[in-house]
Write a protein that binds this ligand. Structure first.
Ligand code: PEP
Length: 242
């Protein structure tokens, strides 16, 4: 039986006031929730609101050294992160992160005891060409080449649905989630049943219920709607009703 999980990705937004609003509503967010604020707020969030479950939005593949501006997974863990998003489409597109780098980050996170949330998803052009399944499988094969499948979350986020207001239909989302679960089953049939698979891409209170109803969708990775605690609470309620 998989526990539902909803992760808030604040991106380059939010502050301690927003964290406080989440902390005050935490008990009504019922399902298992983690928030990923900008990394600079992690330690303060942990100190001021110790009951929050926290994640980072990125980590370095390196442990230490001359990598100006980077934060290692160990540093993020010591600042309070239990999860880290890896391979988000914005990192892949805007910061040119390759599958090989994503794989190294997954490994670095697991070595530091932080659970990687591997993000995969196809672009609009790839979907229009009917290539979504092969793109997702290639991202899984590469990104999880060295991974320990027992400490992992996977988020399917079609690039065309992120921040656009367009959402995959429940059938489209379930089809890819089933594909991912099937791929995991070929590697480890029992672990595949316990790995949480999240959907991300313009999830709102109005569409969350029908997405989370799907058999292989265990929760969501929420961007825009996670900046409004009431909307986020409504999304969490939808997953709780699953
Ligand atoms: C995201 O950034 O991971 C995301 C899903 O964003 P949004 O919910 O705004 O589409």
């Amino acid at each position: 039986m998989r526990q539902p999980l909803v992760i808030a990705n604040w991106k380059l937004n939010g502050d301690l006031e927003l964290a406080k609003a989440f902390a005050e509503r935490w008990s009504s967010l019922a399902s298992k929730v983690a928030i990923c604020p900008p990394a600079v707020f992690l330690s303060d969030c942990k100190r001021l609101f110790p009951h929050l479950v926290l994640g980072a939005q990125n980590c370095s593949a390196e442990q230490s050294g001359a990598f100006t501006g980077e934060l290692s997974a160990d540093m993020l863990a010591s600042a309070g992160a239990d999860y880290v998003l890896i391979g988000h489409s914005e990192r892949r597109a805007l910061f040119h992160e390759s599958d090989a780098l994503v794989a190294r980050k997954v490994e670095a996170a697991q070595n530091a005891g932080v659970i990687p949330v591997l993000c995969v998803g196809e672009t609009l052009e790839q979907r229009q060409a009917g290539a979504e399944a092969s793109v997702i499988i290639a991202q899984l094969e590469a990104g999880l080449a060295q991974a320990d499948l027992s400490r992992l979350v996977i988020a399917y986020e079609p690039v065309w649905a992120i921040g656009t207001g367009e959402t995959a239909s429940p059938d489209q989302a379930q089809e890819i989630h089933a594909l991912i679960r099937g791929w995991l089953k070929q590697r480890n049939a029992s672990l595949a049943e316990s790995i949480q698979l999240l959907y991300g891409g313009s999830v709102k209170p109005a569409n969350a219920g029908e997405l989370f109803e799907q058999q292989d969708i265990d929760g969501g990775l929420i961007g825009g709607a996670s900046l409004d605690v009431e909307q986020f609470e409504a999304i969490c309620k939808a997953v709780q009703d699953k």
